[in-house]
Design a protein around this ligand. Structure first.
Ligand code: HAM
Length: 417
């Protein structure tokens, strides 16, 4: 083997495609139930878009972006997340003129230079949705319930919803001062990254995966104790709406998420099987992002979920997707005249909407039947020279081992529908 998939990427082989189509169909169906419309944006964007939105001192920007100068010398980045491109599109296409909130959903490849492990890839496929231009906490309830309904409709069990509010520009400043004071006392026990975070972006301290740092997080002040009145009321209402929707949640005052654009509500959904570090999906409000990217202020909320992680959970829970449609008919032949007829018959079947696989390479009938069997094709049309001379064809039912003969002209009608 000279070439293999790059580390942290994978081929999605035919035997797994049914899972992918199943998840994508459910996601698209639920999106339209909630009034979300599909949008597709480029796989790469100007690097500045992500620096400004995700945040210059996040792990994603500091360590994980695939950034390159194009032939014209402009810095481009393969999208490391989906929200910033959607906000860019909202501004670029003047979507503030549409009825608000604008509800958009997307599927797309996301690229992050991560240390590959179970459920963590360097290229993954994300389903995400964003509702832009509305602050009503009922919208938070809708977005969270849409995520919840997606997983429920796929049959996933044992999911846990974690919820927090990380406040707004006003109240977060106060909290960050208190947080810095707390961390001043733990400086020596922190990992190298956290020492820098304490200086540059203290909220990220709560997100560190290092076990020693996580111990320190456990005693940290809680942001929910410092919310301003507006954020506190918003959070209370989100909780009430979730209660009314019978969506169970756990409050996690240390949930901050790995991107800097969040404000107020943040949430993550964890599967029971993949330890706490690998959320099935997550999202939150980002009320300042549109403005930060140069648009008119527009509060917003959204969610993203990795298709690979959903499929891992489906497989772990023994949930199989419905099979994809495939041909059931095999067209076998004996002799060159029959082969010509077989080519035509297979074509007619497909034109009539019946999938058919044509035998090739002039094999013995035994070998052809064997191939039909290994392909799982249940019905074999056999065109033999003697039968054809009488204008007839044989149909073999592979499961029952039975055979019947009928006029060739009836074959398409008999096998279609
Ligand atoms: P995120 O939490 O970074 O959020 O990613 C969302 C989901 O994408 C994760 O919960 C996980 O399912 C999947 N994911 C992320 N990284 C990887 C990876 N390396 N390998 C496999 N799956 C992965 C966002 O990206 C936000 N844009 C979500 C959002 C939308 N917030 C508001 N709107």
């Amino acid at each position: 083997m000279i070439y293999r998939t790059p580390r942290g990427t994978q081929d999605i082989l035919p035997q797994y495609q049914a899972y992918w189509r199943y998840v994508e169909q459910k996601a698209a169906a639920i999106s339209s139930l909630f009034g979300f419309e599909r949008i597709d944006t480029p796989v790469f964007e100007a690097t500045g878009l992500f620096l400004r939105s995700v945040g210059e001192t996040t792990d994603i920007v500091e360590k994980q972006m695939y950034t390159f100068d194009d032939q014209g010398g402009e810095s481009m980045t393969l999208r490391p997340e989906g929200t910033a491109p959607i906000c860019r599109a909202y501004i670029q296409h003047g979507m503030h003129n549409l009825p608000q909130p604008v509800r958009l959903y997307y599927f797309g490849s996301i690229f992050r230079y991560e240390r590959p492990q179970a459920g963590r890839f360097r290229q993954h496929q994300q389903f995400g949705f964003e509702a832009i231009g509305e602050l009503d906490p009922a919208l938070d309830g809708e977005v969270i319930s849409m995520a919840w309904q997606l997983y429920a409709s796929l049959g996933l069990k044992g999911l846990q919803l974690q919820l927090n509010s990380i406040g707004c520009r006003q109240c977060r400043g106060v909290y960050l001062d208190v947080l810095r004071d707390y961390y001043d006392g733990h400086d020596l026990s922190l990992c190298q990254d956290c020492r820098v975070r304490a200086e540059k972006n203290p909220l990220r301290l709560l997100d560190c995966k290092n076990p020693a740092c996580q111990e320190i997080v456990k005693g940290a002040p809680r942001i929910t104790d410092y919310l301003c009145d507006e954020c506190a009321v918003h959070f209370e209402q989100v909780k009430e709406y979730l209660g009314g929707l019978s969506i169970p949640f756990d409050l996690n005052p240390y949930l901050v998420r790995g991107l800097d654009y969040y404000t107020k509500t943040v949430f993550e959904i964890q599967p029971e099987e993949l330890g706490g570090q690998s959320a099935l999906g997550g999202g939150g409000r980002y009320d300042n992002l549109i403005e930060q990217l140069g648009g008119r202020p527009a509060p917003a909320i959204g969610f993203g979920t990795g298709i690979e992680r959903i499929i891992m959970s489906l497989r772990n829970q023994g949930l199989a997707p419905p099979p994809l449609p495939r041909p059931h008919v095999y067209v076998a032949y004996l002799g060159q005249d029959a082969k010509k007829e077989a080519v035509r018959l297979a074509a007619q079947l497909r034109l009539a909407g019946t999938g058919a696989i044509l035998a090739l390479s002039d094999k013995s009938l035994k070998a052809q039947l064997k191939q039909a069997n290994s392909l799982g094709l249940t019905r074999v049309l056999i065109l033999g020279e003697a039968e054809l001379a009488r204008g007839m064809v044989l149909l073999r039912d592979m499961a029952r081992g039975e055979q019947e003969e009928f006029p060739l002209g009836e074959a398409v009608r008999r096998l279609t529908g």
